[in-house]
Design a protein around this ligand. Structure first.
Ligand SMILES: NC(=O)c1ccc[n+]([C@@H]2O[C@H](COP(=O)([O-])OP(=O)(O)OC[C@H]3O[C@@H](n4cnc5c(N)ncnc54)[C@H](OP(=O)(O)O)[C@@H]3O)[C@@H](O)[C@H]2O)c1
Length: 281
């Protein structure tokens, strides 16, 4: 049995889909199983990383697991530590952990320290594992859809910053390889998309796909900080993090690991957006 934590998330949902398509026994964990649809044959379990008993039940009989955290960076009570504790108790033999690019080392020192601890819960567990370190997800642009329903303007923070965004489907494909094929044990994989682009370029691509004239508005620094605080981060850290991102040049490096592991080209933003922005029009 393979347990997928964050089974409703951008990467987790794709991991569940891909494992189920291979006919493997999959258990999908979510805090709210009601109303969530998974592929046929997938076992669904209610689990919350804040509830150790629910994690214990979710890990029962599990041999391998995909771990991620939906926690706001900087939160206390690391969910990953709770996940690993439950995995150890259950005798799980292999973990694939969704982390962040460079394990967060390019981030503000406090953010970097949090990610270091998060990864260490897995690397220090004594359980065989694969550490996935993707850069910015292409799916971060999906919230543009709400704005595009209301008009032609999209508000995007860090609009001039280049990143090498990666498709969640590609991250999931690497995770599934690690979980099913071996050869990636105890490796840390820096994963990126195939090109470095700015949010403005991403919006231009979406505009072309939708055949609309779209404009981008960059929020003020205060608005950006307020948005991060609303998502749950403490204000002081949010301010420091935003300043750090605006000052630096991070996240635009292109890694060939995705293509080498998948033995195919990594998905471009245009290919990904064709699928995800066109389907609801
Ligand atoms: N977004 C990016 O650009 C990016 C880049 C690099 C790395 N990452 C990493 O990828 C991860 C996911 O990123 P995302 O923001 O795109 O999230 P997401 O895919 O929207 O996923 C959030 C998931 O977290 C689960 N979750 C939240 N709180 C939980 C809890 N208390 N117990 C159990 N499950 C819980 C949710 O499950 P339910 O609601 O169904 O319970 C949901 O499946 C994060 O760790 C992030 O650091 C993201």
């Amino acid at each position: 049995m393979i347990l997928v934590i964050g089974a409703t998330g951008h990467v987790g949902a794709e991991v569940v889909k891909a494992l189920a398509a291979r006919g493997l026994a999959v258990r999908a964990m979510t805090r709210r199983p009601e109303g969530v649809r998974f592929p046929e044959g997938v076992e669904v379990v209610r689990g919350d990383c804040e509830d150790a008993e629910s994690l214990r039940e979710a890990f029962e009989g599990v041999r391998k697991a995909f771990l991620m955290t939906g926690q706001v960076t900087g939160s206390e009570n690391l969910h990953t530590r709770a996940q690993v504790r439950a995995a150890k108790e259950a005798g799980v033999g292999y973990l694939v952990k969704l982390s962040v690019a460079k394990g967060g080392e390019d981030s503000h020192p406090k953010v970097a320290a949090w990610h270091r601890e998060d990864e260490r819960a897995v690397t220090g567990s004594g359980i065989d594992h694969t550490m996935l370190r993707p850069g910015r997800f292409m799916s971060n642009t999906l919230h543009w859809k709400h704005m595009l329903r209301r008009g032609d303007e999209v508000t995007v923070a860090f609009a001039k910053k280049r990143t090498a965004p990666i498709a969640p489907e590609d991250i999931a494909a690497v995770a599934v390889k690690a979980l099913t094929e071996g050869g990636l044990a105890n490796r840390t994989l820096e994963l990126s998309g195939p090109e470095a682009i700015t949010p403005q370029q991403e919006l231009d691509i979406v505009a072309k796909i939708l055949n609309r004239r779209l404009t981008l508005r960059e929020p003020t620094v205060e608005e950006t900080v307020d948005g991060i605080v609303r998502a749950g981060m403490e204000r002081e850290l949010a301010e420091a993090m935003v300043e750090h991102v605006l000052r630096g040049d991070y996240g635009a490096e292109i890694s060939d690991a995705t293509e080498k592991i998948l033995k195919r080209k990594a998905t471009t933003f245009e290919q990904w957006a064709e699928k995800h922005f066109k389907e609801e029009q």
